[in-house]
Design a protein around this ligand. Structure first.
Ligand SMILES: Cc1ncc(C[n+]2csc(CCOP(=O)(O)OP(=O)(O)O)c2C)c(N)n1
Ligand SMILES: [Mg+2]
Length: 235
């Protein structure tokens, strides 16, 4: 949410298109895998302009099965670009299990083909992800070269809200749900005394309130007007 009328993109985009220049969120793409070539281009411009910092690019296991994944990693390796590719391997690509579309288990294994260092981390362990992400980004910063980080996880809800996941193996699904990263973190914090039950409930309430406020803001925002149709476009 922002003070800007209509939110970051003034109501002109769905959740898949949000870009926020001032926060360094350059762009996303509804074309699965499209973000990888775009992010690689941003990393190239960072390098050519001598700008500090690295680019982080997030995508799914389905995107990693698109040709653009290979093109992007190849060029990022050849041009030595400061980019951290983060693949959230959540086992599913819309309604298709990844075993139907890819050989091998891990996307991280593909980094070796391009001479790119890689790692797989338990994507349902918040602290492990934080640690792996800090290490990987420090490596990209220090070397100026790409890194491929895979977070190993599973989708807990359907591809979209009305998706009842009737096609998902219930035993496998329950096993993953039992490893819910939020529940695990809450338990860990409770176990080591950092988040007593009352504080956890208050935190939960605060976050729910924030979401409700954002929703109310979105619902109260006017739609863009016709004369704004051709503004904020660049191509
Ligand atoms: C090129 C392309 N093909 C198909 C689609 C339809 N589609 C949207 S999301 C999706 C699944 C993507 O799976 P994955 O990359 O694993 O991402 P996840 O949704 O699991 O995070 C598909 C096939 C699309 N948007 N773009
Ligand atoms: Mg997926």
């Amino acid at each position: 949410m922002t003070g800007r009328r209509g939110g970051y993109c003034k109501g002109k985009s769905g959740s898949l298109h949000i870009s926020v220049r001032e926060l360094g969120v350059v762009l996303t793409s509804t074309i699965v895998g499209g973000e990888m070539s775009l992010a690689t281009g941003v990393a190239l411009s960072q390098k050519m302009l001598g700008r500090p910092g690295i680019v982080a690019c997030f995508f799914g296991d389905g995107a990693a099965c698109e040709g653009v994944f290979h093109e992007s990693l190849n060029l990022a390796a050849v041009w030595e670009l400061p980019i951290l590719y983060v693949c959230e391997n959540n086992q599913w690509q819309a309604f298709v299990h990844r075993r139907e579309t890819m050989t091998g288990e891990h996307i991280a294994d593909r980094g070796a083909a391009y001479g790119i260092d890689s790692a797989t981390v338990d994507g349902n362990d918040v602290l492990a992800v934080q640690h792996a992400a800090l290490e990987a980004s420090a490596q990209v910063c220090g070397s100026g070269r790409p890194f491929l980080l895979e977070t190993w996880t599973c989708r807990s809800r359907g591809h979209f809200e009305p998706d009842d996941q009737a096609y998902v193996d219930p035993t496998e699904h329950s096993a993953w749900l039992a490893r819910d990263p939020i529940a695990r973190s809450r338990q860990r914090l409770a176990d080591n005394g950092r988040l007593p039950h009352a504080d956890a409930a208050a935190l939960d309430q605060r976050l729910r309130q924030r979401i409700a406020t954002a929703l109310a803001f979105a619902e109260a925002s006017p739609f863009p007007t016709l004369d704004e149709l051709s503004t904020d476009v660049y191509a």
